[in-house]
Design a protein around this ligand. Structure first.
Ligand code: EPU
Length: 448
Protein backbone atom coordinates (compact mmCIF):
# COMPACT_ATOMS: atom_id res chain seq x y z
CA UNK A 1 0.00 0.00 0.00
CA UNK A 2 1.15 3.55 -0.65
CA UNK A 3 3.05 5.33 2.09
CA UNK A 4 0.42 7.28 4.03
CA UNK A 5 2.79 9.94 5.37
CA UNK A 6 3.37 13.29 3.70
CA UNK A 7 6.93 13.48 2.43
CA UNK A 8 8.76 16.22 0.60
CA UNK A 9 12.46 17.00 0.56
CA UNK A 10 12.17 20.77 0.55
CA UNK A 11 9.15 21.19 2.77
CA UNK A 12 9.53 23.19 5.97
CA UNK A 13 6.26 24.00 7.71
CA UNK A 14 5.64 27.73 8.08
CA UNK A 15 5.98 28.91 11.65
CA UNK A 16 2.54 29.21 13.25
CA UNK A 17 1.56 32.27 15.31
CA UNK A 18 0.87 30.42 18.54
CA UNK A 19 -1.84 31.77 20.80
CA UNK A 20 -2.99 31.30 24.37
CA UNK A 21 -6.48 31.51 25.88
CA UNK A 22 -6.86 32.51 29.52
CA UNK A 23 -10.19 31.61 31.02
CA UNK A 24 -11.56 32.43 34.44
CA UNK A 25 -14.03 29.62 35.08
CA UNK A 26 -17.08 29.18 37.27
CA UNK A 27 -19.37 31.74 35.61
CA UNK A 28 -22.87 30.86 34.48
CA UNK A 29 -23.35 31.53 30.77
CA UNK A 30 -26.61 33.16 29.74
CA UNK A 31 -27.88 34.78 26.56
CA UNK A 32 -28.06 34.24 22.85
CA UNK A 33 -25.48 32.76 20.49
CA UNK A 34 -25.68 33.05 16.69
CA UNK A 35 -24.61 29.79 15.05
CA UNK A 36 -22.33 30.14 12.02
CA UNK A 37 -22.24 28.20 8.76
CA UNK A 38 -20.74 24.73 8.90
CA UNK A 39 -17.00 24.38 8.29
CA UNK A 40 -17.39 20.87 6.95
CA UNK A 41 -19.95 22.04 4.40
CA UNK A 42 -18.24 25.28 3.36
CA UNK A 43 -14.89 23.67 2.53
CA UNK A 44 -16.47 21.13 0.18
CA UNK A 45 -18.71 23.77 -1.45
CA UNK A 46 -15.66 25.91 -2.26
CA UNK A 47 -13.95 22.86 -3.78
CA UNK A 48 -17.10 21.99 -5.75
CA UNK A 49 -17.14 25.47 -7.30
CA UNK A 50 -14.12 24.41 -9.40
CA UNK A 51 -16.41 22.03 -11.32
CA UNK A 52 -17.52 24.97 -13.45
CA UNK A 53 -15.88 27.98 -15.10
CA UNK A 54 -18.89 30.09 -14.11
CA UNK A 55 -19.10 32.19 -10.97
CA UNK A 56 -20.49 30.61 -7.77
CA UNK A 57 -21.60 32.58 -4.75
CA UNK A 58 -21.78 31.33 -1.17
CA UNK A 59 -23.39 33.05 1.80
CA UNK A 60 -23.24 32.13 5.51
CA UNK A 61 -19.64 31.00 5.04
CA UNK A 62 -17.92 30.85 8.43
CA UNK A 63 -15.01 33.29 8.89
CA UNK A 64 -12.51 30.67 9.98
CA UNK A 65 -8.91 29.77 9.24
CA UNK A 66 -9.72 26.60 7.26
CA UNK A 67 -11.90 28.58 4.84
CA UNK A 68 -9.07 31.10 4.40
CA UNK A 69 -6.65 28.24 3.70
CA UNK A 70 -9.03 26.75 1.11
CA UNK A 71 -9.48 30.18 -0.54
CA UNK A 72 -5.71 30.66 -0.68
CA UNK A 73 -5.21 27.16 -2.10
CA UNK A 74 -7.76 27.89 -4.84
CA UNK A 75 -6.12 31.24 -5.65
CA UNK A 76 -2.77 29.48 -6.03
CA UNK A 77 -4.39 27.34 -8.75
CA UNK A 78 -5.48 30.46 -10.63
CA UNK A 79 -9.07 30.45 -9.37
CA UNK A 80 -10.54 33.88 -8.63
CA UNK A 81 -11.85 33.90 -5.06
CA UNK A 82 -13.57 37.11 -3.97
CA UNK A 83 -14.63 37.88 -0.44
CA UNK A 84 -16.89 40.92 -1.02
CA UNK A 85 -18.31 41.05 2.49
CA UNK A 86 -18.10 39.05 5.70
CA UNK A 87 -19.45 35.50 5.32
CA UNK A 88 -19.77 35.80 1.53
CA UNK A 89 -17.39 34.14 -0.93
CA UNK A 90 -17.49 34.15 -4.72
CA UNK A 91 -15.50 31.67 -6.74
CA UNK A 92 -14.80 31.81 -10.48
CA UNK A 93 -12.72 28.95 -11.87
CA UNK A 94 -12.62 29.98 -15.53
CA UNK A 95 -8.83 30.11 -15.72
CA UNK A 96 -7.36 27.31 -13.68
CA UNK A 97 -3.67 27.45 -14.57
CA UNK A 98 -2.04 25.08 -12.20
CA UNK A 99 -3.36 21.56 -11.52
CA UNK A 100 -1.13 21.02 -8.53
CA UNK A 101 -2.10 21.07 -4.85
CA UNK A 102 1.15 21.31 -2.90
CA UNK A 103 2.12 19.87 0.44
CA UNK A 104 2.10 23.43 1.84
CA UNK A 105 -1.71 23.45 1.43
CA UNK A 106 -2.27 19.82 2.28
CA UNK A 107 -0.25 19.89 5.48
CA UNK A 108 -2.37 22.75 6.77
CA UNK A 109 -5.70 21.15 6.08
CA UNK A 110 -6.90 17.67 5.21
CA UNK A 111 -9.88 19.06 3.29
CA UNK A 112 -7.46 20.26 0.56
CA UNK A 113 -7.81 16.66 -0.68
CA UNK A 114 -11.37 17.59 -1.68
CA UNK A 115 -9.83 19.14 -4.80
CA UNK A 116 -8.94 15.69 -6.17
CA UNK A 117 -12.40 14.79 -7.48
CA UNK A 118 -13.44 18.10 -9.07
CA UNK A 119 -10.10 18.95 -10.72
CA UNK A 120 -9.57 15.43 -12.04
CA UNK A 121 -13.07 15.16 -13.49
CA UNK A 122 -13.03 18.61 -15.10
CA UNK A 123 -9.44 18.77 -16.37
CA UNK A 124 -8.46 15.10 -16.64
CA UNK A 125 -5.40 15.44 -14.41
CA UNK A 126 -4.17 16.74 -11.07
CA UNK A 127 -1.16 16.27 -8.83
CA UNK A 128 -2.19 16.49 -5.21
CA UNK A 129 -0.30 16.09 -1.97
CA UNK A 130 -1.18 13.54 0.65
CA UNK A 131 -3.10 15.56 3.27
CA UNK A 132 -2.31 16.25 6.90
CA UNK A 133 -5.08 17.71 9.05
CA UNK A 134 -5.86 17.16 12.69
CA UNK A 135 -3.69 15.03 14.88
CA UNK A 136 -6.41 12.46 15.52
CA UNK A 137 -4.74 9.30 14.39
CA UNK A 138 -3.77 7.82 11.07
CA UNK A 139 -6.10 9.27 8.46
CA UNK A 140 -5.50 7.61 5.12
CA UNK A 141 -7.10 8.59 1.80
CA UNK A 142 -7.16 5.16 0.18
CA UNK A 143 -10.95 5.22 -0.18
CA UNK A 144 -10.80 8.48 -2.17
CA UNK A 145 -8.11 7.05 -4.43
CA UNK A 146 -9.97 3.77 -5.00
CA UNK A 147 -13.17 5.70 -5.79
CA UNK A 148 -11.36 7.66 -8.54
CA UNK A 149 -9.94 4.41 -9.91
CA UNK A 150 -13.46 2.92 -9.96
CA UNK A 151 -14.37 5.83 -12.25
CA UNK A 152 -11.52 5.00 -14.62
CA UNK A 153 -8.72 7.28 -13.38
CA UNK A 154 -5.10 6.14 -13.12
CA UNK A 155 -3.43 7.21 -9.92
CA UNK A 156 0.19 6.77 -8.95
CA UNK A 157 1.72 7.69 -5.62
CA UNK A 158 5.25 9.08 -5.62
CA UNK A 159 7.19 11.08 -3.03
CA UNK A 160 4.12 12.10 -1.08
CA UNK A 161 2.04 13.09 -4.12
CA UNK A 162 -0.84 11.44 -5.96
CA UNK A 163 -0.51 11.82 -9.73
CA UNK A 164 -4.05 11.35 -11.09
CA UNK A 165 -4.96 11.26 -14.76
CA UNK A 166 -7.87 10.30 -16.93
CA UNK A 167 -7.38 10.06 -20.71
CA UNK A 168 -10.90 11.32 -21.50
CA UNK A 169 -13.88 11.95 -19.26
CA UNK A 170 -14.10 9.76 -16.18
CA UNK A 171 -16.59 6.90 -16.62
CA UNK A 172 -19.53 6.40 -14.30
CA UNK A 173 -19.33 3.22 -12.26
CA UNK A 174 -20.19 1.49 -9.02
CA UNK A 175 -18.28 2.73 -5.99
CA UNK A 176 -18.54 0.38 -3.04
CA UNK A 177 -16.86 1.66 0.11
CA UNK A 178 -15.82 -0.88 2.76
CA UNK A 179 -17.18 1.55 5.39
CA UNK A 180 -18.64 5.04 5.47
CA UNK A 181 -16.34 7.97 4.70
CA UNK A 182 -17.63 11.55 4.63
CA UNK A 183 -15.01 13.10 2.35
CA UNK A 184 -14.64 9.85 0.40
CA UNK A 185 -18.34 10.05 -0.46
CA UNK A 186 -18.06 13.74 -1.31
CA UNK A 187 -14.97 13.36 -3.52
CA UNK A 188 -16.58 10.45 -5.38
CA UNK A 189 -19.79 12.42 -5.86
CA UNK A 190 -17.98 15.50 -7.19
CA UNK A 191 -15.95 13.39 -9.62
CA UNK A 192 -19.09 11.59 -10.85
CA UNK A 193 -20.97 14.81 -11.72
CA UNK A 194 -18.89 15.31 -14.89
CA UNK A 195 -18.19 11.63 -15.64
CA UNK A 196 -19.76 9.87 -18.59
CA UNK A 197 -22.69 7.73 -17.48
CA UNK A 198 -24.19 6.58 -14.23
CA UNK A 199 -22.47 6.29 -10.85
CA UNK A 200 -23.77 4.65 -7.73
CA UNK A 201 -22.06 5.28 -4.38
CA UNK A 202 -22.67 2.88 -1.48
CA UNK A 203 -22.54 3.10 1.50
CA UNK A 204 -22.74 6.87 1.11
CA UNK A 205 -22.22 9.13 4.12
CA UNK A 206 -25.48 10.62 5.41
CA UNK A 207 -24.06 13.70 7.17
CA UNK A 208 -26.18 16.87 6.65
CA UNK A 209 -23.12 18.54 5.09
CA UNK A 210 -23.15 15.89 2.34
CA UNK A 211 -26.79 16.74 1.61
CA UNK A 212 -25.92 20.43 1.59
CA UNK A 213 -23.34 19.66 -1.09
CA UNK A 214 -25.96 17.69 -3.06
CA UNK A 215 -28.31 20.70 -2.95
CA UNK A 216 -25.57 22.96 -4.33
CA UNK A 217 -24.61 20.47 -7.06
CA UNK A 218 -28.26 20.24 -8.12
CA UNK A 219 -28.36 24.04 -8.39
CA UNK A 220 -25.29 23.78 -10.66
CA UNK A 221 -27.28 21.46 -12.93
CA UNK A 222 -25.79 18.18 -11.73
CA UNK A 223 -28.01 15.08 -11.70
CA UNK A 224 -27.23 13.88 -8.17
CA UNK A 225 -29.71 12.28 -5.85
CA UNK A 226 -29.78 10.37 -2.59
CA UNK A 227 -31.91 7.44 -3.74
CA UNK A 228 -31.78 5.56 -0.41
CA UNK A 229 -30.43 6.69 2.98
CA UNK A 230 -27.03 5.12 2.24
CA UNK A 231 -27.03 5.44 -1.56
CA UNK A 232 -26.19 8.36 -3.82
CA UNK A 233 -26.68 8.12 -7.58
CA UNK A 234 -25.21 10.47 -10.15
CA UNK A 235 -25.87 10.79 -13.88
CA UNK A 236 -22.83 12.56 -15.32
CA UNK A 237 -23.31 15.84 -17.20
CA UNK A 238 -21.00 17.42 -19.79
CA UNK A 239 -20.86 20.70 -17.94
CA UNK A 240 -22.21 22.45 -14.87
CA UNK A 241 -23.21 26.08 -14.37
CA UNK A 242 -22.53 28.66 -11.67
CA UNK A 243 -24.93 28.76 -8.71
CA UNK A 244 -25.62 30.47 -5.42
CA UNK A 245 -25.90 28.68 -2.10
CA UNK A 246 -26.34 29.39 1.61
CA UNK A 247 -24.16 27.18 3.81
CA UNK A 248 -26.04 24.92 6.25
CA UNK A 249 -25.59 25.83 9.96
CA UNK A 250 -22.82 24.22 11.96
CA UNK A 251 -24.26 21.42 14.11
CA UNK A 252 -20.89 20.89 15.79
CA UNK A 253 -20.63 24.52 16.87
CA UNK A 254 -24.24 24.31 18.12
CA UNK A 255 -23.41 21.17 20.12
CA UNK A 256 -20.37 22.90 21.61
CA UNK A 257 -22.49 25.80 22.92
CA UNK A 258 -25.13 23.37 24.24
CA UNK A 259 -22.40 21.85 26.42
CA UNK A 260 -21.22 25.35 27.42
CA UNK A 261 -24.65 26.07 28.90
CA UNK A 262 -24.82 22.61 30.46
CA UNK A 263 -21.44 22.69 32.26
CA UNK A 264 -21.89 26.21 33.62
CA UNK A 265 -25.50 25.72 34.78
CA UNK A 266 -26.53 28.43 32.31
CA UNK A 267 -29.33 29.06 29.86
CA UNK A 268 -28.63 29.78 26.21
CA UNK A 269 -30.65 30.33 23.09
CA UNK A 270 -28.85 29.24 19.94
CA UNK A 271 -30.02 31.14 16.88
CA UNK A 272 -29.98 29.63 13.40
CA UNK A 273 -29.26 26.27 14.98
CA UNK A 274 -30.04 22.97 13.29
CA UNK A 275 -31.88 20.83 15.85
CA UNK A 276 -32.89 18.33 13.13
CA UNK A 277 -29.23 17.54 12.55
CA UNK A 278 -28.52 16.88 16.22
CA UNK A 279 -31.00 14.11 17.06
CA UNK A 280 -28.48 11.61 18.50
CA UNK A 281 -26.73 14.35 20.46
CA UNK A 282 -30.00 15.77 21.83
CA UNK A 283 -31.01 12.26 22.88
CA UNK A 284 -27.70 11.97 24.79
CA UNK A 285 -28.39 15.33 26.46
CA UNK A 286 -31.85 14.03 27.51
CA UNK A 287 -30.27 10.98 29.11
CA UNK A 288 -27.74 13.11 30.99
CA UNK A 289 -30.42 15.56 32.10
CA UNK A 290 -29.67 18.70 30.08
CA UNK A 291 -32.87 20.54 29.14
CA UNK A 292 -33.21 21.14 25.39
CA UNK A 293 -36.14 22.70 23.55
CA UNK A 294 -36.03 22.81 19.77
CA UNK A 295 -37.75 25.61 17.83
CA UNK A 296 -37.89 25.99 14.04
CA UNK A 297 -34.35 27.28 13.85
CA UNK A 298 -33.48 27.89 17.48
CA UNK A 299 -32.39 25.66 20.33
CA UNK A 300 -32.99 26.62 23.97
CA UNK A 301 -30.65 24.98 26.44
CA UNK A 302 -31.28 24.84 30.16
CA UNK A 303 -28.35 23.70 32.27
CA UNK A 304 -29.98 24.34 35.63
CA UNK A 305 -29.90 20.62 36.51
CA UNK A 306 -26.16 21.09 37.15
CA UNK A 307 -26.98 23.17 40.21
CA UNK A 308 -30.09 21.23 41.27
CA UNK A 309 -30.15 17.40 41.09
CA UNK A 310 -26.98 17.08 39.02
CA UNK A 311 -26.47 15.19 35.77
CA UNK A 312 -26.56 11.43 35.22
CA UNK A 313 -23.63 9.40 33.86
CA UNK A 314 -24.24 7.92 30.42
CA UNK A 315 -22.46 5.60 27.99
CA UNK A 316 -21.75 7.10 24.59
CA UNK A 317 -20.49 5.71 21.32
CA UNK A 318 -19.68 7.70 18.20
CA UNK A 319 -20.90 6.57 14.77
CA UNK A 320 -21.40 7.93 11.28
CA UNK A 321 -24.53 10.08 10.90
CA UNK A 322 -27.27 9.67 12.07
CA UNK A 323 -25.24 8.37 15.05
CA UNK A 324 -23.46 10.56 17.59
CA UNK A 325 -20.87 12.69 15.74
CA UNK A 326 -17.24 12.00 16.58
CA UNK A 327 -16.69 15.78 16.49
CA UNK A 328 -19.09 16.07 19.45
CA UNK A 329 -17.41 13.33 21.47
CA UNK A 330 -14.85 15.66 23.12
CA UNK A 331 -17.46 18.24 24.28
CA UNK A 332 -19.71 15.43 25.49
CA UNK A 333 -16.82 13.97 27.48
CA UNK A 334 -16.45 17.32 29.29
CA UNK A 335 -20.13 17.17 30.25
CA UNK A 336 -19.67 13.62 31.55
CA UNK A 337 -17.01 14.84 34.01
CA UNK A 338 -19.91 16.77 35.60
CA UNK A 339 -22.33 13.81 35.70
CA UNK A 340 -22.67 11.54 38.71
CA UNK A 341 -21.43 7.97 38.16
CA UNK A 342 -19.26 6.18 35.63
CA UNK A 343 -19.64 6.89 31.93
CA UNK A 344 -18.07 4.77 29.20
CA UNK A 345 -16.92 6.55 26.06
CA UNK A 346 -16.38 4.59 22.86
CA UNK A 347 -14.76 6.60 20.07
CA UNK A 348 -15.47 4.34 17.11
CA UNK A 349 -14.37 6.55 14.19
CA UNK A 350 -10.84 7.80 14.89
CA UNK A 351 -7.77 6.47 16.66
CA UNK A 352 -6.23 8.82 19.24
CA UNK A 353 -9.26 11.08 19.57
CA UNK A 354 -9.38 10.33 23.28
CA UNK A 355 -5.79 11.31 24.03
CA UNK A 356 -6.72 14.89 24.84
CA UNK A 357 -8.64 13.56 27.88
CA UNK A 358 -5.32 13.48 29.73
CA UNK A 359 -5.41 17.33 29.61
CA UNK A 360 -8.84 17.37 31.32
CA UNK A 361 -7.33 14.90 33.78
CA UNK A 362 -4.81 17.61 34.68
CA UNK A 363 -7.79 19.80 35.56
CA UNK A 364 -9.11 17.24 38.04
CA UNK A 365 -11.32 14.99 35.90
CA UNK A 366 -11.16 11.28 36.77
CA UNK A 367 -10.50 9.70 33.41
CA UNK A 368 -9.20 6.23 32.65
CA UNK A 369 -7.96 5.38 29.17
CA UNK A 370 -8.71 1.76 28.39
CA UNK A 371 -7.34 1.70 24.85
CA UNK A 372 -7.16 4.02 21.84
CA UNK A 373 -10.94 3.82 21.38
CA UNK A 374 -12.30 3.46 24.93
CA UNK A 375 -12.21 5.49 28.14
CA UNK A 376 -14.20 5.77 31.34
CA UNK A 377 -15.06 9.00 33.09
CA UNK A 378 -15.98 9.05 36.77
CA UNK A 379 -18.03 12.01 37.85
CA UNK A 380 -18.80 14.32 39.24
CA UNK A 381 -15.36 15.95 39.45
CA UNK A 382 -14.45 19.35 40.74
CA UNK A 383 -12.48 20.84 37.85
CA UNK A 384 -9.76 23.33 38.71
CA UNK A 385 -7.84 25.73 36.46
CA UNK A 386 -4.55 24.43 35.07
CA UNK A 387 -2.09 24.96 32.26
CA UNK A 388 -3.13 22.76 29.33
CA UNK A 389 -2.24 22.27 25.68
CA UNK A 390 -4.54 21.95 22.64
CA UNK A 391 -3.62 19.26 20.09
CA UNK A 392 -6.50 19.60 17.62
CA UNK A 393 -9.53 21.70 16.86
CA UNK A 394 -12.32 19.82 18.64
CA UNK A 395 -10.19 18.96 21.65
CA UNK A 396 -9.35 22.67 21.82
CA UNK A 397 -12.96 23.77 21.95
CA UNK A 398 -13.56 21.15 24.61
CA UNK A 399 -10.72 22.40 26.79
CA UNK A 400 -12.39 25.81 26.65
CA UNK A 401 -15.58 24.14 27.91
CA UNK A 402 -13.70 22.42 30.72
CA UNK A 403 -12.05 25.73 31.64
CA UNK A 404 -15.44 27.48 31.75
CA UNK A 405 -16.66 24.80 34.16
CA UNK A 406 -13.52 24.91 36.33
CA UNK A 407 -12.70 26.96 39.38
CA UNK A 408 -9.87 29.46 38.87
CA UNK A 409 -7.84 30.32 35.80
CA UNK A 410 -6.95 27.95 32.98
CA UNK A 411 -4.26 28.78 30.46
CA UNK A 412 -4.77 26.96 27.17
CA UNK A 413 -1.75 26.81 24.89
CA UNK A 414 -2.18 26.16 21.17
CA UNK A 415 -5.37 28.24 21.03
CA UNK A 416 -4.78 29.06 17.34
CA UNK A 417 -6.01 25.53 16.47
CA UNK A 418 -9.51 26.59 17.51
CA UNK A 419 -9.66 29.39 14.90
CA UNK A 420 -9.42 26.72 12.21
CA UNK A 421 -13.06 25.85 12.81
CA UNK A 422 -14.89 28.24 15.14
CA UNK A 423 -15.89 31.72 14.01
CA UNK A 424 -15.25 34.45 16.60
CA UNK A 425 -15.19 31.97 19.42
CA UNK A 426 -13.96 34.28 22.14
CA UNK A 427 -16.40 37.06 21.11
CA UNK A 428 -19.29 34.60 21.25
CA UNK A 429 -18.24 33.42 24.73
CA UNK A 430 -17.66 36.98 25.98
CA UNK A 431 -21.16 37.96 24.85
CA UNK A 432 -22.74 35.31 27.06
CA UNK A 433 -20.78 36.24 30.17
CA UNK A 434 -17.55 34.22 29.98
CA UNK A 435 -14.24 35.61 31.08
CA UNK A 436 -11.91 34.67 28.25
CA UNK A 437 -8.92 36.43 26.75
CA UNK A 438 -6.56 35.60 23.95
CA UNK A 439 -2.97 36.60 23.39
CA UNK A 440 0.03 35.63 21.34
CA UNK A 441 2.15 33.04 23.14
CA UNK A 442 4.56 34.89 25.39
CA UNK A 443 2.67 38.24 25.38
CA UNK A 444 -0.20 39.74 27.37
CA UNK A 445 -3.91 39.61 26.56
CA UNK A 446 -5.46 41.09 23.41
CA UNK A 447 -9.13 40.67 24.34
CA UNK A 448 -10.89 40.41 27.66
N1 EPU B 1 -10.70 6.47 6.32
C1 EPU B 1 -9.87 5.56 5.71
N2 EPU B 1 -9.54 5.78 4.40
C2 EPU B 1 -9.99 6.86 3.71
C3 EPU B 1 -10.84 7.78 4.35
C4 EPU B 1 -11.18 7.56 5.66
O1 EPU B 1 -9.44 4.59 6.31
O2 EPU B 1 -9.65 7.00 2.53
C5 EPU B 1 -11.10 6.23 7.73
C6 EPU B 1 -10.69 7.36 8.67
O3 EPU B 1 -9.36 7.21 9.09
C7 EPU B 1 -11.71 7.22 9.77
C8 EPU B 1 -12.96 6.78 9.02
O4 EPU B 1 -12.52 6.28 7.77
O5 EPU B 1 -11.31 6.22 10.66
C9 EPU B 1 -14.00 7.83 8.75
O6 EPU B 1 -13.39 9.01 8.29
P1 EPU B 1 -14.09 9.98 7.25
O7 EPU B 1 -13.49 9.73 5.91
O8 EPU B 1 -15.56 9.89 7.37
O9 EPU B 1 -13.59 11.38 7.79
P2 EPU B 1 -13.20 12.63 6.92
O10 EPU B 1 -14.11 12.71 5.77
O11 EPU B 1 -11.75 12.65 6.69
C10 EPU B 1 -14.84 14.34 8.00
C11 EPU B 1 -14.73 15.63 8.76
C12 EPU B 1 -14.19 15.36 10.15
C13 EPU B 1 -15.13 14.40 10.85
C14 EPU B 1 -15.27 13.12 10.03
C15 EPU B 1 -16.25 12.12 10.59
C16 EPU B 1 -14.30 17.28 7.08
C17 EPU B 1 -13.38 18.29 6.50
N3 EPU B 1 -13.85 16.56 8.07
O12 EPU B 1 -13.52 13.82 7.91
O13 EPU B 1 -14.19 16.61 10.84
O14 EPU B 1 -14.65 14.11 12.13
O15 EPU B 1 -15.69 13.45 8.69
O16 EPU B 1 -17.50 12.68 10.70
O17 EPU B 1 -15.45 17.17 6.68
C18 EPU B 1 -13.40 18.26 12.29
O18 EPU B 1 -14.22 19.03 11.75
O19 EPU B 1 -12.76 18.57 13.32
C19 EPU B 1 -13.17 16.95 11.69
C20 EPU B 1 -12.12 16.20 11.99
Amino acid sequence: MADARPFHWEYHPEPVAREVFRIEGGRRLDGTVPISGAKNAALKLLAAATLTGERCRFTNVPEIEDVRVMAETLRDLGVVVDHPEPNVYEVASGDVEWLFVPLEAAARMRASFMLLGPLLTRFGRVIISNPGGDRIGRRPVDLHVEAMRALGASIEYRNGYYFATSPGRLRGGEIRFPFVSVMGTENAMLAATLAEGHTIIRPAAQEPEVDDLITFLQAMGAAVERTAPDTIEVEGRKRLRGAEHRVVPDRIEAGTFIIAAAVTGGRLTLEGAPCDHLAAFVETMDRVGVGIACGTDTIDVDGSALLEGGYRACDVETAPYPGLATDLQPPTAVLLTQATGTSHVHEAIFEDRLEWLSEVGRMGARVEMIDAHHATIDGRSRLVGAEVEIGDLRAGASLILAALAAEGTTTIHGAHHVHRGYENIERKFLDIGASISRSAEGTTDTTS
